[in-house]
Design a protein around this ligand. Sequence first.
Ligand code: ADP
Length: 216
Amino acid sequence: MRIILMGPPGVGKGSEAELLIKSFQIPHISTGDIFRELYKDRTTVGKIAKEYISRGELVPDDITNEIVRHRLSQPDVKKGFLFDGYPRNIEQAKALDEILAKKGCKLDAVINIDAPEEQIVERISGRRVCSTCGAVYHIHSKKPQVEGICDLDGGQLIQRNDDMPETVQRRLRIYKDQTAPVIGYYQEKGAIVYIDGTSTIAHTHAQVMKALGELN
Ligand code: ADP
């Protein structure tokens, strides 16, 4: 299965991605996670990316596309992949088309999860992530067993600095201006599935699995 997962920041892409990669046993390719890892490893690219990320801006396309090209050259993607957070503008969508065409493979589905802006802002402001493994929680809807502590590795839960209110507003604006048009791009190719992301994680996943089943 080769899937792209789209939707505004905070709509629940990350949670849905975790479930999908388990269902299909495919690697999860989150450009946001790759950038955060590159920064953690103190690489030059990671430091450059961090500047853009903390301002809530997109990392430049040449850097992002190169990272994706490199990731898609690794052997584990032979069984498929799930993109989360990429492509984020039309240029990246075109770059991905080219990379995939060169590899002779096609996408199976583009899934777009959506929810109203007020709900998205509420979700982002309550989001907490594990400072060591990156697992995602929410102060109301996905509480850890012990407050402030990751269930998986006992790491401390923190708020990402790009989840702070002003940065969130900028990310939502960039999403509307640059990322939402990518939906139209895939719509024209007839490859998109629309999912209502206003309900629970489990319900969203059930809808996604149903829609994917109907594609085959
Ligand atoms: P979210 O989906 O909640 O915005 P991500 O982890 O996907 O979170 O992305 C965090 C930040 O990483 C983005 O705001 C952006 O600065 C950067 N980023 C991630 N993916 C891309 C991409 N495809 N192109 C450019 N920048 C990206």
